[in-house]
Design a protein around this ligand. Structure first.
Ligand code: NAP
Length: 316
């Protein structure tokens, strides 16, 4: 298996992971069933995916609990599974984050208990707080790494300045941030810094919440429930939505060439991108995971990689 190393750590993962915000993420999406969430995780593990990306914030710990239950099932070998989780949200205080050493240390202990494991492969600070010097927050995680409780250190949603402060001692292994074919800001300044400092990158929203799967069309209006966060997102409105769909529509000949779905083709583009370590599409149903997992066998030619890149240049 072609596994990729996470930063300077000893963690290795397949390039395709599972985003688990819809596994137990009842506070983020409506209509989720716990058992379906567990089946989403099992389907990933049974189809060659070995990294599961979760967070305390997904269901206030429920996502971690469900993943922990699957990890305990006898067919799975914990040592072959890479668990990434995150913390910073202060429970019951919406939009309040804490990066203090005490909070992070307690968060790791709480996550270990919910995940029913004795180590976390990748632990991210989910969002920056306003007060904690970022290198002090990372120093606390470094101690937890030395103690064997976590194996790699990550940050998410940090500005480049915050990342530089976090990485003053060179301890940051991985950054998780918003990035996709239609959101390419990170290519400008973040990617060069990550390359220079041997820090891995994991993009979130890689399928642009479903827009990059080919299932949306110009003439059929999107029907989102009242609580669906996509209802008011600019990507799903007006001219921007039209531009995205027009670009996605141009992927059909390539999808046919590889006998792949649009989602698989897009995921293969991330996997061939040298700046991206692991791509973590989310899924609400096991069939979506099984479908996405087939991207592990889709190897784009250099020319086709460039063609896709060019089709989405306008989003740079
Ligand atoms: P995403 O990967 O861009 O889109 C996933 C959504 O697309 C699914 O929930 C599903 O939604 C649809 N989908 C997936 N596979 C499909 C397929 N084969 N065919 C058709 N539709 C398909 O967005 P995301 O799940 O929100 O983000 C990915 C992961 O990134 C999350 O799970 C989470 O782990 C992480 N994340 C991290 C942060 C952070 O702050 N660090 C923030 C956001 C997300 P529908 O079925 O409803 O269309």
């Amino acid at each position: 298996m072609a596994e990729i190393r996470i930063g300077h750590s000893q963690v290795y993962a397949e390039q395709l992971g599972l985003g688990a915000n819809a596994v137990g993420g009842h506070n983020l999406f409506t209509g989720l069933e716990d058992e379906t969430g567990k089946q989403v995780v099992r389907t990933a593990l049974n189809n060659g995916i070995n990294l599961i990306d979760t967070a305390f914030a997904y269901g206030n710990g429920r996502s971690e609990e469900l993943i922990g239950e699957v990890l305990r099932e006898e067919e799975y070998d914990r040592s072959r599974i890479v668990i990434a989780t995150k913390a910073a949200h202060v429970p019951n205080k919406k939009g309040v984050f804490d990066n203090s050493p005490e909070f992070l240390t307690q968060s790791v202990e709480d996550a270990l208990r919910r995940l029913q494991t004795d180590y976390i492969d990748i632990f991210y600070i989910h969002f920056p707080d306003e007060h904690t010097p970022k290198n002090e927050a990372i120093a606390a995680l470094h101690q937890l790494k030395e103690a064997g409780k976590i194996r790699a250190i990550g940050v998410s949603n940090f500005s480049l300045e915050q990342l530089k402060e976090a990485n003053l001692d060179g301890y940051v292994d991985v950054v998780e941030d918003k990035f996709s074919l239609i959101y390419r800001e990170a290519e400008k300044e973040l990617f060069p810094y990550l390359k220079e400092n041997n820090i891995s990158f994991v993009p979130y929203f890689p399928l642009a919440s479903g827009l990059l799967t080919g299932k949306y069309h110009l003439n059929s209006p999107q029907e989102f429930g009242a609580h669906d966060p996509r209802k008011n997102r600019p990507d799903f409105q007006g001219e921007r939505f039209e531009k995205i769909i027009q670009a996605v529509d141009q992927l059909h000949p390539l999808a046919e060439k590889y006998q792949a779905t649009i989602a698989q083709l897009v995921l293969a583009w991330y996997m061939k991108n040298p700046r991206i370590s692991v791509v973590i599409p989310g899924a609400k149903r096991p069939e979506q995971v099984a479908d996405n997992a087939r991207a592990l066998d889709l190897h784009l030619s250099n020319e086709d990689y460039q063609t896709i890149d060019q089709l989405f240049q306008q989003f740079k």
